[in-house]
Design a protein around this ligand. Structure first.
Ligand code: BG6
Length: 519
């Protein structure tokens, strides 16, 4: 006979919700001071500060915590606290606005240094502030430096940290780590130069290179899908997979980042990092353990199995585009060349697509198609694994197309997994039609995924490098795209602009692959 046990009356509805089974609170981070270089900038106010505040409200920040802003804009400590409050009023998630006792207790641990990144004296002042924080807030001499500045000043800051004895070797009582925002260099050569600077001051285990896509919950789930289930792995290879498409499309344009984007373009901005990291998660072998380096070794092996294209092959394996004026959400929007900070004859691509091959036993002969672009019809990031067609047709009227099975890993805006399969349409005839089995995280777990930066900041404070990129893989990712960058930079595309804002992208993209999944 089945016995039932009544839940204790104190158990709240949240905890008994079966959808939430297995969702635990995160481990509390180590006590530390976190220093944001570039704390008056956009990234800090929109992403980093709200993430820190959310970690505080969710009880994940340690009791011993202090935050130091370090940037050019002039602020006193009190003005900085006011600034942070006003930004949180705007950018913190609903229901988590700064107020009451929680905020009153949090505000004093915020402080600010108005700084010139070239002045050693300002870094010495920072060291003093961090020592004071250890005493006042119990931050245990642990220091997390976060570079949220334009990349051009990364090397200068790293060098100053060494000169001001803020490097890990000078900190005998606690840990010193550095978080480096993307882009890590603007090409192979500059990334190697930056790495040389980093290595002079930090060991690889102190370096946390951010690729915020790795912090997105559905991206982390790619490994769970593959390695916490048995049914996918046997068919996850060249014998069953026809092709893989990875798309990261955006509806927005370049916003106010014209001067950055002109020197970046879609290939550097999205493909070299976010999209290639998605490819690595789809293509990697099962790691022997869930240790950070066991996983990162497998990603590295994927990149080492991709031969960079020969210069002569670049045009055949790639497509580029640049948006012209168009209509987005019913509104007229300007073309890329009309955006602020963009040259009137700009050759920068706002759309990039590549066909990549992975030369190993599992994937030989399976094309991986990658695409990313601004001002496309929709904001969507997804991975589509298309399986081979059936070998022999038994069902369906002659006019029915029998589509191959397809697994769609939906990263955003929807988060979930969908499987396309063929089913008999009810009725006397034997019509066959595609249907989807569709799983959504929101309904599956009754839980909204936390923003990527929250997870990544907490991991850096805990010393978990799993979701951060390792130098050897970053270098290979630059090697893979280097010939494409080279050819594109040296060959002006006279067809630009070649797609309208708000469209499916340029015709050249469809020449590379005619059946991209529609945006
Ligand atoms: C950033 C790029 O890394 O990613 C931006 O620099 C892009 O150009 C952004 O808009 C996209 O991120 P998400 O999380 O909105 O897909």
């Amino acid at each position: 006979m089945l016995e039932t046990t009544a839940s204790p009356p104190s158990q709240n509805a949240e905890r008994t919700n079966p959808l939430r089974a297995g969702i635990e609170s995160d481990r509390i981070a180590d006590p530390c001071s976190i220093v944001f270089f570039g704390a008056s900038g956009d990234l800090f106010k929109r992403m980093l500060l709200p993430a820190i505040w959310t970690l505080r409200t969710r009880g994940i920040l340690p009791a011993g915590f202090a935050l130091v802003g370090f940037a050019r804009t002039k602020f006193s400590d009190d003005e900085f606290r006011e600034y942070c409050k006003s930004q949180l009023d705007e950018f913190a998630p609903e229901g988590m606005k700064p107020q009451g006792e929680l905020w009153e207790k949090f505000a004093p641990c915020l402080s600010y240094i108005t700084a010139d990144f070239k002045q050693l004296g300002h870094f010495q002042q920072l060291r003093k502030r961090l020592d004071e924080n250890d005493k006042a807030f119990g931050t245990a001499s642990n220091r997390l430096f976060y570079l949220a500045t334009p990349p051009s000043v990364f090397p200068g800051i790293i060098d100053m940290l060494r000169r001001a004895n803020l490097d890990p070797r000078s900190n005998e009582r606690g840990w010193t780590r550095i978080v480096i925002e993307k882009p890590f260099g603007i090409d192979l050569e500059s990334s190697r130069a930056l790495q040389k600077t980093v290595e002079r001051v930090f060991g690889e285990h102190d370096v946390y290179r951010i690729d915020h896509y790795l912090g997105k919950e559905p991206v982390q789930d790619i490994m769970a899908l593959r390695f916490a289930n048995t049914i996918f792995e046997p068919i996850w290879n060249r014998n069953y997979v026809q092709s893989v498409q990875i798309t990261s499309a955006e509806k927005i344009g370049i916003e106010d980042r014209g001067s950055y984007y002109e020197n970046a373009g879609a290939l550097r901005d999205m493909i070299q990092n976010h999209v290639l990291n998605l490819l690595a998660l789809v293509a990697m072998e099962p790691p022997a353990s869930s240790e950070a380096d066991a996983i990162r070794n497998e990603k590295f092996k994927v990149f080492s199995a991709i031969a960079p294209p020969r210069h002569d092959d670049v045009m055949a394996m790639s497509a580029r585009g640049q948006y012209g004026p168009g209509i987005v959400d019913g509104e007229k929007v300007p073309g890329y060349r009309q955006e602020q900070g963009v040259a009137p004859q700009s050759n920068t691509e706002t759309f990039a697509a590549l066909r990549i091959g992975i030369d190993n036993w599992r994937w030989a002969g399976v094309p991986f198609y990658l695409r990313s672009g601004k001002r496309l019809a929709k904001k969507i990031s997804e991975i589509v694994v298309t399986f081979k067609p059936i070998p022999h047709r038994l069902y369906g009227e002659s006019t029915d197309a029998i589509e191959p099975n397809m697994l769609v890993i939906k990263i955003e805006p929807d988060e979930g997994i969908a499987l396309r399969w063929e089913a008999k349409v009810p009725g006397p005839k034997s019509h066959i039609r595609s249907v989807f089995m569709d799983f959504n995280y929101g309904t599956g777990f009754g839980f909204h995924s936390p923003p990527a930066y929250e997870r990544l900041l907490a991991d850096a404070m805990r010393g978990d490098q799993t979701l951060f990129t390792r130098w050897d893989a970053v270098e290979l990712a630059w090697e893979i795209i280097a010939p494409v960058l080279d050819v594109w930079q040296n060959t002006k595309d006279f067809s630009f602009p070649n797609y309208a804002a708000g469209s499916q992208g340029p015709e050249t993209g469809f020449r590379l692959l005619h059946d991209w999944r529609r945006l």
